[in-house]
Design a binder for this molecule. Structure first.
Ligand code: TEU
Length: 508
């Protein structure tokens, strides 16, 4: 639609453009910049060396200044921490070291006042072996929750039920001597897989979703969303072939029976229906470690499954214009106009992009941020990306990631990208008290928020400017593909910033 510009009508013109090009409020995630927080490493407020929810709340002013629209917190639910929250022992309570339900409520409320939404992480593929359901399941073959997990008899020769391998090394089966059967674990043996063929499991997770949505949670990142349903006949996985992506070849077998089963899409349709019970609709972003972009696209369904799905081919692309152009083009081709891309370069499982892509070179880091924040789609920044924070060498005696121990020599471990946020120079780096040993070692606090915030030429200021530019320029968000006309601005149907947030803006 063409509109003639009349002098003096700039405001009207701008708002018309906004209406034509911005995502409807009900699709706020399309215009959002999402910021991933690893809560253990963001801000410690009680001097135990571990970050917590009160710490995230205390840093909302910063996030508001940076201009982000939503935070995704990696799991905050109760857990023995064998896999730092990805081994859930209670989906309805908060890990005590991080806080309690009241601290979640306070965070959601304070974030809402800043126009920032809170997205949580949900782990439906497995629980902790210390979850009450699993304790009951393994008590006897007749237990009420036995069928909530995947059990199998030993094969005829008394060995493993099939050839499935754990992503974390070794067979995916653990023998349970008390009941004489094996249980499935695609990750650690202390992370038994749930049986999603069981309708009670499906029903329980609907309740879990509503429990958090009712508290004001804006959406969920779904852990390992492609693996939740496994072949009901437990057939073997085939070997990998030369055409498989290097990441898929790592395991030596193609997860044909343990990933992307047709029925997994039923689960996401069901969850989407739960999201649609809320206003605005709640958002689901899938974590699918898939390297076929058509398969990635499949998780959006016909706009009746996940609204967003992470794009690992982009994460693992080489950092060259040619390689990135190829993956962006392939993504656009696979997703088409109706499915919304996600761009991320770092997370808590993969080396930080300032190290992996840029070797710590600040000019390349700036380029990386520019790529990330100027593509059509929803960018996810990992905490510290905005500063150019790099991976930290974690000495052997400080390693805590179970992967390093289970796969020595094969896996570098994930501690280097999970180290504390660097807020200011000096001991504790503003993350914790100066005399406290943080749970993971601090990186070089020469890279820090305090100094970069004051320096107009810093990486942080560039990142903030890019976010602001993106907000101002529909082209940077939509890449020329216009949304339906006449809809309201997405992302800001929350109350406009109050005193608290205005202070944040002024302090910039
Ligand atoms: O990750 C899924 C997954 O496949 C990764 O574990 C990946 O293979 C590995 O990290 C390679 O570096 C999710 C979570 O993001 C991860 O932190 C959890 O450990 C895992 O699920 C199990 O819940």
């Amino acid at each position: 639609m063409q509109r003639r510009f009349r002098p003096g009508s700039r405001a009207v013109w701008t708002s018309t453009i906004r209406k034509m090009t911005e995502a409807p409020v009900t699709q706020w995630w399309r215009d959002a910049v999402v910021y991933q927080v690893y809560p253990r490493s963001f801000q410690d407020t009680d001097g135990d060396g571990v970050g917590n929810l009160a710490g995230v709340t205390s840093r909302l002013e910063y996030l508001s200044w940076l201009g982000i629209d939503a935070v995704w917190l990696t799991p905050i639910t109760a857990s023995p921490d064998d896999d730092f929250g990805y081994d859930v022992s209670d989906y309805y309570s908060v890990q005590p070291v991080l806080g309690d339900l009241a601290s979640v409520d306070r965070l959601i409320e304070a974030a809402g006042r800043c126009g920032i939404r809170v997205i949580l992480d949900i782990v439906p593929n497995h629980t902790s072996d210390r979850h009450a359901w699993f304790k009951d399941a393994r008590a006897s073959r007749e237990s009420e929750h036995r069928d909530w997990y995947v059990w199998a008899r030993p094969s005829r020769h008394g060995s493993l039920p099939n050839n499935w391998l754990s992503v974390f090394g070794g067979p995916a089966w653990e023998h349970d001597p008390a009941t004489g059967e094996f249980y499935l674990h695609q990750f650690l043996p202390s992370q038994p897989d749930l049986n999603w063929w069981n309708p009670q499991v499906r029903g329980e997770f609907d309740r879990i979703l509503r429990f958090w949505f009712d508290r004001g949670v804006a959406g969920f990142r779904i852990d390992t969303a492609n693996k939740v349903v496994k072949d009901s006949l437990l057939r073997d996985n085939p070997p990998v072939g030369p055409a498989d992506h290097a990441m898929a070849r790592r395991l030596g077998q193609r997860p044909a029976r343990t990933s992307s089963q047709a029925e997994v899409h039923e689960i996401w349709r069901r969850w989407r229906a739960v999201c649609r019970e809320y206003e605005p609709e709640r958002m689901l972003v899938g974590e699918t470690w898939l390297f076929d972009l058509n398969e990635v696209a499949g998780y959006y369904g016909a706009d009746d499954e996940l609204q967003l799905n992470f794009n690992f081919p982009f994460v693992y692309a080489d950092f060259s214009a040619e390689a990135l152009r190829r993956v962006v083009e392939r993504t656009e081709a696979a997703l088409g106009a109706s499915r919304w891309p996600v761009w991320t370069a770092s997370n808590h499982d993969v080396s930080r992009f300032p190290s992996r892509w840029c070797g710590g070179d600040s000019r390349l880091i700036r380029m990386g941020l520019t790529v990330l924040l100027t593509l059509r789609g929803t960018p996810f920044l990992y905490y510290g990306d905005e500063l150019g924070m790099t991976d930290v060498d974690v000495p052997g005696d400080r390693i805590v990631d179970p992967l390093s121990r289970r796969m020595p020599g094969q896996h570098r471990g994930r501690d280097p990208e999970r180290t504390p946020m660097l807020w200011r120079p000096g001991p504790g780096a503003g993350f914790t008290d100066p005399d406290v040993e943080p749970w993971l070692p601090l990186g070089d606090s020469q890279v820090n928020v305090e100094q970069q915030r004051d320096d107009r030429t810093s990486t942080l200021r560039l990142c903030r400017d890019l976010i602001a530019l993106r907000r101002e320029s529909p082209d940077l968000r939509t890449g020329g593909r216009l949304h339906e006309p006449g809809r309201a601005r997405g992302g800001l149907d929350l109350p406009a910033g109050d005193q608290y947030c205005r202070r944040a803006e002024l302090s910039g």
